[in-house]
Design a protein around this ligand. Structure first.
Ligand SMILES: CC(C)(COP(=O)(O)OP(=O)(O)OC[C@H]1O[C@@H](n2cnc3c(N)ncnc32)[C@H](O)[C@@H]1OP(=O)(O)O)[C@@H](O)C(=O)NCCC(=O)NCCS
Length: 183
């Protein structure tokens, strides 16, 4: 059942270099090939590397369902001139707060892509009258993700001790760093 009290974001955003669009099941094979089975990419994520495309298909099916019920909004990231996913970014809206999540194929790291994608979503979210806070967290040992959050104007709020399960790493639940931007 859709929660009508929250805003539904656009299915598509365009930035200078990227398109963000609602995922479709046709994306699963590309996502599996491009990054979902790469242990370097999943290292700090809350999921294990996918060992079959069926796992990726199930995940994309869930993403589509979450769009329908407003639980989470995710977009595949493509280069503007192409339709092939190179990553994903998501917003989960809970009352006046939105939490951001993201992942990118290793081939495209350190080109500013996730910062570019995150900025347009943060801008959309903070332009919604009911959303006052966009926040995110990353594993304490994930400096690239922490840097993204700083680059997009989020402020470091502190350490969330024993906050998240990152099954590719030891010592779970893991300490995480919390960042937020508010209005
Ligand atoms: C985290 C991730 C999404 C960043 O995406 P990206 O498009 O490479 O990010 P950007 O290029 O916008 O910014 C990355 C910044 O981190 C810096 N960085 C990268 N590795 C770093 C490291 N080991 N230590 C310090 N800084 C680092 C880069 O230099 C860059 O900063 P700069 O632009 O000032 O040079 C990408 O690395 C990724 O998908 N990682 C695996 C999945 C993941 O960890 N997701 C986040 C879960 S919270």
């Amino acid at each position: 059942m859709k929660n009508d009290s929250i805003s539904t974001p656009p299915f598509k955003f365009e930035t200078e270099r990227l398109t963000l669009r609602k995922p479709s099941l046709d994306d699963a094979q590309h996502i599996f090939n491009e990054y979902a089975q790469n242990a370097k990419v999943t290292k700090y994520m809350n999921w294990l590397p996918h060992t079959s495309v069926e796992t990726t298909q199930n995940f994309i099916g869930n993403c589509c369902q979450w769009w329908e019920n407003g639980e989470e909004f995710s977009w595949v990231i493509t280069h503007k001139t192409e339709n092939t996913p190179i990553g994903m970014i998501s917003l989960r809206i809970n009352d006046f707060k939105a939490i951001l999540g993201y992942v990118l194929s290793e081939s495209y790291w350190n080109k500013g892509y996730i910062s570019e994608a995150a900025k347009i979503l943060i801008n959309w979210a903070l332009n919604q009258s009911e959303i006052h806070r966009v926040w995110a967290f990353c594993d304490i040992e994930n400096p690239a993700s922490a840097k993204v959050m700083e680059k997009v104007g989020m402020k470091r709020e502190g350490i969330l001790k024993r906050w998240a399960l990152h099954p590719n790493l030891p010592n779970n639940p893991r300490d995480c760093i919390c960042f937020a931007i508010t209005k």
